[in-house]
Design a protein around this ligand. Structure first.
Ligand SMILES: [Zn+2]
Length: 133
């Protein structure tokens, strides 16, 4: 299980699938599979700030199983790569998004090889991220 930063929020990766947060209530965060119309779900417990990184003591409960659908391998590669580009911008807000993209591509060509999104497609979210810092 890990969290991938995306547009200032977090997407949960669990067991090769991606989940978006749907709701939080009474210290529980409810997640649903991002693949429509799959209804697979997870619950994390002991979550009291849905926007904060998930604490190490968060417990996971598996809800409904996935429909028959392939794991979103390219989506995960794209998110992981964009997160690293975002981290570069966060560390150096003066960095141009294009430079951060190219630096990360050079730093991790293995991950980049499986990335299917393009800079032009991603630039608006990278610029949005830059404005937040
Ligand atoms: Zn699913």
């Amino acid at each position: 299980m890990r969290f991938l930063k995306s547009n200032g929020g977090y997407i949960l990766e669990h067991d090769g699938h991606l989940f978006s947060i749907r709701n939080t209530r009474d210290g529980r965060a409810y997640y649903q599979c991002r693949q429509k119309p799959c209804k697979a779900s997870l619950v994390l417990t002991e979550i009291f700030d849905k926007d904060a990184p998930i604490p190490a003591n968060a417990l996971i409960r598996i809800g409904k199983a996935h429909d028959v659908h392939p794991p979103p391998i390219t989506d995960i590669s794209n998110l992981a790569f964009l997160e690293k580009v975002q981290n570069r911008i966060m560390l150096n807000p003066a960095l141009k998004p294009r430079t951060a993209w190219d630096d990360e591509k050079l730093a991790d060509p293995v991950t980049f090889a499986s990335v299917t999104t393009t800079f032009d497609h991603s630039v608006s979210s990278l610029l949005k991220y830059q404005r937040e810092f």
